[in-house]
Write a protein that binds this ligand. Structure first.
Ligand SMILES: [Fe+2]
Ligand SMILES: [Fe+2]
Length: 318
């Protein structure tokens, strides 16, 4: 391809982005756009799948059949989200096996929030309410992202996320209205999950290396700091409604900006967890790799079965 042709393709691509037209798998796209999307969509897919671990841990211990059914359905939804997203990522020309390899080798990242432990039943409430709540804010912003398959996956995923958020909030509300011990358990879960949830929006805009390019490509439609502020403003009144206290002494309504001011986020902790030194990084990866290794016979059997079916078909057609 000549330099001129490349420039024309780039100009047409840029124009599509400006016009808010979707980029589809077979359209020409700059290599950097493709790579950035593989990174972000696969990271998102891995987060859905690894995110099943902290909650899966509680399915058998949920306090009633109703809670078990809801949690089981929620965890199953997350598996479905992972599958949509791996499929969307494959349209960019990378195979599912390569994506799994990147996760298992530690080359690919997943959301750091899942490297925190789930120590009480109230954590199921806090995760649904805060973690899925933060995920919705990130993901609603992605429903009109520029890459077609990713945007369409987000529309469907967001509908399910709002159920996740409500089931979490309902657990918290029930505990907060319960015995003093139950209320204390809910408060303790909020204390532990609040700050990691705020970190889910990523580094501040000033520190974020990908934000400018991602905004230009309309991969991101709002910055990390805008989304974080939106989450705080939405969540604080919900905590007040059920009589829980946000663990931030600096939290204060700011009339002029029409939002809450909040205290400093511990970014050292954030980077420690990102770099692999969070409380559960190792056990999460061990669980994933273990599931992959133990599932080998299932994958082998599925391939053998497909081959046998194909052979039978050939014989029948011969
Ligand atoms: Fe999800
Ligand atoms: Fe979810």
């Amino acid at each position: 391809m000549s330099e001129l042709e490349l420039q024309q393709l780039e100009a047409a691509f840029d124009q599509k982005i400006v016009n808010d037209q979707k980029i589809e798998p077979k359209d020409w796209m700059p290599e950097k756009y493709r790579q950035t999307h593989i990174r972000q969509i696969s990271q998102h897919a891995h987060s859905e799948v690894v995110g099943m671990l902290p909650e899966g841990n509680w399915i058998t211990r949920a306090p009633s059949l109703r809670r078990k059914v809801a949690l089981l359905a929620k965890v199953q939804d997350e598996a479905g989200h992972g599958l949509y997203l791996y499929s969307a990522c494959e349209t960019l020309g990378i195979s599912r096996d390569e994506l799994y390899d990147q996760l298992h080798s530690g080359e690919a990242k997943y959301s750091s929030i899942f490297n925190y432990p789930t120590v009480t039943w109230a954590d199921m409430g806090a995760i649904g309410w805060l973690v899925d709540g933060a995920a919705i804010i990130n993901q609603v912003a992605l429903t009109n992202t520029s890459y077609g398959p990713y945007a369409r996956a987000m529309v469907r995923i967001c509908k399910e996320e709002s159920f996740h958020q409500r089931q979490g909030f309902e657990i918290m509300m029930t505990l907060a209205e319960g015995t003093p011990e139950q209320k204390a358990m809910a408060q303790d879960a909020l204390n532990r999950w609040w700050w990691p949830s705020l970190m889910m929006f990523g580094p501040t805009d000033a520190e974020s290396v990908h934000t400018a390019q991602s905004m230009k490509w309309k991969l991101k439609r709002k910055t990390n700091d805008e989304l974080r502020q939106q989450f705080i403003d939405q969540t604080v009144p919900q905590a007040h409604l059920i009589g829980l206290t946000i663990p931030d002494p600096d939290l204060k309504w700011n009339e002029a900006k029409g939002g809450y001011d909040f205290g400093p986020i511990n970014w050292d902790e954030f980077w420690q967890v990102v770099k692999g030194y969070g409380p559960c990084n190792k056990s999460r990866m061990d669980a994933r790799k273990g599931a992959w290794d133990e599932g080998k016979w299932v994958r082998d059997a599925a391939v053998a079965y497909a081959e046998k079916q194909e052979a039978n078909l050939e014989m029948a057609n011969a």
